[in-house]
Design a protein around this ligand. Structure first.
Ligand SMILES: *[C@@H]1O[C@H](CO)[C@@H](O)[C@H](O)[C@H]1NC(C)=O
Ligand SMILES: *[C@@H]1O[C@H](CO)[C@@H](O)[C@H](O)[C@H]1NC(C)=O
Ligand SMILES: *[C@@H]1O[C@H](CO)[C@@H](O)[C@H](O)[C@H]1NC(C)=O
Length: 398
């Protein structure tokens, strides 16, 4: 077992940031019982997703199988974070139910996310993408690319066939190829942070650009990703560059940025019962350090006794399965632990981004690179957060 970094020793690294483009969740998300219609999506939303691993009766005693319970929240810049509306829920076991699939696009700015099971297995895929801005000058909606990418990430995961395992980079490559082939997407770019987790607790993450993720275990930061940037505030990005834009930039002797799924940093992680995974766009990482994220996560995990500390250390509480079920938390909307965590992180990042008296990671970077610039307080950006809580699949919380 790898030692966890402790709270006191936590290194505050510039985390990878994904910007928050909400993905179109087409075939994968379904309505919750609530009336919130998808096409009424406004500034904020949450999703709640249950991906159960089925425990094989042949499983060896040593191999515990895990399930990923996933929630999401987001807030577009310039809009109030509204925790009362725009909730959606995802439960693969009810995917083909009478509920119509979501085919619209939440008004979540250029950030996007996706959550899906892989084929019909207990493996899960999820992540975030942040559309690169500035394409409007070329008559292109900067949000289209990231939303299309996430829609394709979800469908690629869902439709995966064959015995071969789907790696995180393969998933990103296929989804990107589908965006390139999509005639409706003529240009644009996006970062991406994409995870594939399987039922034996193996998690692979492909991260390209300044979105990113952090892995929390028992009151400690177990891992946090590093952003990939070409230069300050210039993340690696997947892109489609229309011929006209390409021609124009040649005249000026510049080349638009263009990175590929092969450039993604791929990391492997072992996850287990009680772990919390946070995937987010740079709207979060620019405003909250890993240490601050841990404080938020710990506050809720401890508050609901999902992490219990005693003289003998910290342990996972007995009620984790129940708390991560829909309705496990007595709230109307954020009614599971993972959704509540996603909402809490989104809300704190939003508050931090609007607090001009506080210098977050982004403001500190600005001061480092441009010491004469007056930049204080948060950077107001789109925010998108996907939270997965890992639990022992044999415990369904029934
Ligand atoms: C998943 O299950 C459904 C219903 O059982 C089936 O129609 C579909 O082909 C399956 N998908 C894959 C990729 O196996
Ligand atoms: C999960 O992934 C790991 C690493 O690729 C692999 O060794 C293991 O067999 C996988 N488990 C399942 C159930 O696919
Ligand atoms: C939020 O981020 C901005 C820059 O992205 C930073 O200036 C601000 O200080 C951050 N707020 C907090 C509370 O960290």
């Amino acid at each position: 077992m790898l030692p966890s970094k402790t709270l006191g020793l936590l290194s505050v690294s510039p985390l990878v940031h994904c910007s928050l483009n909400t993905c179109r969740l087409t075939p994968v998300f379904s309505y919750q019982q609530s009336p919130a219609p998808w096409n009424d999506f406004r500034s904020a939303g949450r999703s709640n997703c249950n991906i159960h691993s089925t425990r094989s009766s042949h499983a060896s005693a040593a191999a515990t199988s895990v399930a990923y319970r996933v929630g999401a929240a987001f807030s577009a810049k310039g809009r109030r974070f509204n925790t009362k509306h725009d909730l959606f829920s995802f439960d693969p076991s009810r995917q083909s139910s009478e509920r119509p699939p979501f085919t619209g696009r939440p008004a979540s700015g250029q950030d996007a996310f996706f959550i899906s099971s892989i084929a019909n297995s207990s493996s899960a895929a999820f992540g975030v993408a942040d559309g690169v801005g500035g394409w409007d000058q070329s008559g292109i909606d900067s949000a289209d690319f990231s939303h299309a990418l996430c829609r394709n990430l979800a469908t690629t995961a869902k439709d995966h066939t064959g015995e071969q395992k789907l790696g995180a980079r393969d998933l990103l490559s296929q989804a990107f190829a589908d965006v390139v082939a999509d005639k409706d997407i003529v240009g644009g770019g996006s970062t991406a942070c994409v995870a594939v987790g399987n039922s034996t607790g193996h998690l692979e993450v492909a991260n390209l650009g300044d979105s990113g993720f952090a892995h929390f275990r028992l009151n400690a930061v177990h891992y946090d990703s590093n952003p990939q940037t070409h230069a300050f505030n210039t993340p690696y990005q997947l892109s489609i560059i229309p011929p006209k834009v390409l021609a124009r930039s040649r005249i000026f002797g510049s080349m638009p940025l263009r990175d590929f799924p092969e450039d993604a940093s791929v990391t492997s992680h072992d996850v287990r019962h009680g772990d919390v995974l946070v995937f987010a766009t740079d709207g979060v990482w620019d405003n909250l350090s890993a240490n601050e994220l841990l404080q938020i996560v710990s506050r809720y995990m401890a508050g609901f006794q999902a992490w219990q500390s005693s003289d003998r250390g910290t342990a996972v509480g007995n009620e984790l399965a129940r708390l991560t079920k829909e309705g496990g938390i007595p709230k109307e909307r954020e009614n599971s632990l993972q959704t509540m965590l996603a909402v809490a992180i989104t809300g704190e990042a939003k508050a931090a981004s609007q607090n001009s008296r506080r210098d977050g990671p982004f403001a500190k970077e600005v001061q480092k690179f441009y010491p004469h610039e007056e930049f204080h307080g948060g950077k107001v950006d789109d925010i998108c957060v996907v939270v997965a809580v890992v639990l022992d699949a044999s415990d369904t919380g029934a």
